[in-house]
Design a protein around this ligand. Sequence first.
Ligand SMILES: *Cc1c(COP(=O)(O)O)cnc(C)c1O
Length: 341
Amino acid sequence: MNKTVNIDWSKLGFGYVKTDYRYISMWKDGKWDDGKLVEDNTLTISEASTALHYGQQCFEGLKAYRTKDGKIQLFRPDENAKRLNSSCRRLLMPEMPVEKFIDACIQVVKANEHFVPPYGTGATLYLRPFVIGVGDNLGVKPAPEYIFCVFCCPVGPYFKGGMTPVNFTIADMDRAAPHGTGAAKVGGNYAASLLPHEHAVKRGFADCIYLDPATHTKIEEVGAANFFGITKDNKFVTPKSPSILPSITKYSLMHVAKEYLGMEVEERDCYIDNIDEFKEAGACGTAAVITPIGGIEYKGKLHVFYSEKEVGPVTKKLYDTLYGIQFGDVKAPEGWIVEVK
Ligand SMILES: *Cc1c(COP(=O)(O)O)cnc(C)c1O
């Protein structure tokens, strides 16, 4: 494919760009059809679809990276497939076979290859797989039909000119209930987070930190990213809770901390009253890999970790290593990289 596109890669943000092809598969009469690439970027669905009324939908987010030698690779797409299926099980939606999910991602990247940003720009092709309940239905019950779709948009580097720490406050609301859908990547959690996010932004913070919904004493999520801290004795610590969305970036960083940087790693409770156990802290997710946390406002006081201006050295090393693995500059653990060819 020799198509080219006229995009200033350095100006790309995180916004919708209509690309040429997306993959669609329909679930009807108890099974997924073969699936295909289509050019139309709109969906026509019944007005009575459960996705519209009862939030029966889930999504994923992953990226395709251009390497130095011009190849294109996906980072752990099997993990996104497994997580999509766990979200589907939670909302009584049909699962998508892992192989079919990965094949759909590969087809979409290949068909839109000219939208994969060049190596060195820090920009990537973001993939958005999702499943929605559709079809005629009025009562509260699982939909009769489902659509699985993967579309993609080129997105810019999260940090333009160096990693800059940002400050967070504690949320005035919960994003998920105890024993609710916190661990599922579903739109409802995001709808619930819009207002507390707006409250935090209005008060000058990047976003808010969600505490555990049962006791409000433990850190769970940082906006739509997972939390980690580096203790004074250099351990990588991240919260463990059934209402946290299991971030693939987080589990990858745990591996990097242990196997590449020789650090001890702990998944356990992180009490907000004990945040001064951390000398550095960060938020992690596919979008930014890591956003360094400058400080957290709690009970009217800003608790600063390493610095409000500069990223800490351990956070920087974790970031550089995982970023290097994703762009093919650092050797990846077995099975983490899927080449698109
Ligand atoms: C997607 C998501 C994350 C990050 O997960 P990654 O797999 O690392 O991208 C963290 N928290 C929430 C609430 C999410 O939806």
